[in-house]
Design a protein around this ligand. Structure first.
Ligand SMILES: Cc1cc2nc3c(=O)[nH]c(=O)nc-3n(C[C@H](O)[C@H](O)[C@H](O)COP(=O)(O)O)c2cc1C
Length: 277
């Protein structure tokens, strides 16, 4: 093969690879490079790493090559950047493949849970609700005190009363449902005498939302449980349920079947992870 034939062949290979790289960048769910493109990449890598590219580049710089020869492959950064992009894409495809194969299933579930703001009125099976509440009981808790309780409300009258009180506390118009139609409200409360109660309760809330997601149910943290349980009405609700002591409302986990597609996560803000290595 002559020098000009080699440059022309590498130029063609580069164009084919670039086309695939562009497609992969635009459609991140593609599974990988087709075999023919892998062969082009291997040829380009060998060309760039060996003596040929350096010689061709030097000859081009010296003006020896024909002016009309297509020679993007000899531009100083072109091939370098393309091969670098390929390395990045390979890393992305690898981690995507791991997820697709069901590896790190728990982490995937952690990352795909989203707050749901439109629920169907149908009540999920009690066994599912119980499983979710049970998952909450296993959250980490300060000094192992287990000083958090959960009230599972499926009674429609009480659910509607809580929604109406929550709406009033939030200052919305009376016809707004702050629970977005969810038929179940899991109220998490922390023992006021426990110094880590609110932290512990927040972890319970996290478990509830994640467990709901794992079972294919929608959920969302709805606030203002603190204000509710500062009122006599809600203190009476606790005593009617036989709960003694002083309790602070941490949050409500609204629960039910989503009446919408699972929302995508907002892009994560930069600069929130700092490494000290
Ligand atoms: C402490 C806390 C309080 C929240 N309170 C409410 C609420 O009262 N109403 C609501 O619609 N969403 C509420 N959310 C949901 C957040 O708006 C939601 O988590 C956030 O927008 C991120 O979305 P994601 O959960 O889908 O990742 C609350 C979340 C947390 C953690």
């Amino acid at each position: 093969m002559t020098q000009l034939e080699r440059i022309a062949a590498m130029e063609q290979a580069m164009l084919r690879v670039q086309k695939t790289v562009d497609a992969l960048c635009a459609a991140p769910d593609l599974t990988g490079f087709p075999d023919a493109v892998e062969a082009d990449i291997a040829a380009l890598e060998a060309y760039y790493a060996g003596a040929d590219w350096k010689r061709d580049f030097a000859d081009d710089e010296a003006g020896i090559l024909p002016r009309d020869l297509p020679r993007g492959v000899l531009s100083e950064d072109g091939l370098y950047h393309l091969l670098e992009t390929i390395d990045e894409l390979r890393a992305r495809l690898r981690s995507q493949r791991q997820e697709d194969q069901g590896m790190n299933e728990v982490i995937q579930s952690l990352k795909t849970r989203r707050s749901i703001r439109k629920f169907k009125p149908d009540l999920p099976p009690k066994a599912d609700i119980a499983q979710i509440v049970d998952a909450g009981l296993y959250a980490a808790n300060g000094r192992g005190k287990q000083a958090v309780i959960t009230i599972a409300v499926t009674d429609k009258a009480l659910r509607d009363r809580i929604a109406s009180d929550n709406c009033r506390i939030g200052g919305w118009p009376a016809d707004f449902d702050p629970f977005y139609g969810a038929p179940v409200i899991l109220i998490v409360l922390a023992d006021k005498s426990c110094p880590t109660g609110i932290y512990d309760g927040s972890l319970v809330m996290g478990n509830l939302m994640q467990a709901a997601h794992a079972l294919g149910l929608g959920s969302i943290w709805i606030h203002r449980a603190k204000e509710e349980f500062e009122t006599d009405d809600y203190k009476k609700l606790l005593s009617d349920l036989g709960v003694e002591g002083e309790w602070e409302g941490v949050g409500h986990c609204a629960l039910g079947y989503a009446d919408c597609d699972l929302p995508s996560a907002a892009p994560r803000k930069d600069g929130r992870v700092l490494w000290v290595e």
